[in-house]
Design a protein around this ligand. Structure first.
Ligand SMILES: [Zn+2]
Length: 119
């Protein structure tokens, strides 16, 4: 870009009325953390906050599991934190693991219940 063009471009950027849409807004899916262009995503409005998802399926999963005790923390995590937590597993795998853990823990706290299940 020549100097004149650069100056013109700079001026244009400073003027909010001439601001071109340089970068299209992107969001990450609250369920699988994949980043996509906002207009291609499914948006759920919850009060003042917009939550974005790849599709309705991911939105449904998230809306269901964000209120369950063993899984709500995972659903609230930001992508980086969640990547560490998942260690390569998918959200579906991790959620079913967490739910299974809860069921098993419930069985352990009631003596004899496990014996009934194994028969
Ligand atoms: Zn997704």
């Amino acid at each position: 870009m020549c100097k004149e063009a650069a100056l013109h471009y700079d001026k244009m950027l400073r003027n909010p009325y001439h601001m071109p849409p340089l970068v299209e807004k992107r969001h990450w899916c609250r369920w699988c953390c994949k980043e996509r262009r906002a207009r291609l995503m499914f948006c759920v409005r919850d009060g003042p906050i917009n939550y974005y998802f790849c599709d309705t399926e991911h939105a449904e999963y998230w809306l269901e599991y964000r209120h369950k005790v063993p899984t709500y923390e995972l659903c609230r995590m930001l992508p980086q934190q969640r990547m560490v937590e998942l260690q390569g597993r998918s959200m579906e795998e991790e959620i079913s693991r967490l739910l299974n853990d809860e069921v098993t823990a419930g069985c352990n706290s009631t003596p004899g219940l496990r014996d009934i299940h194994s028969r």
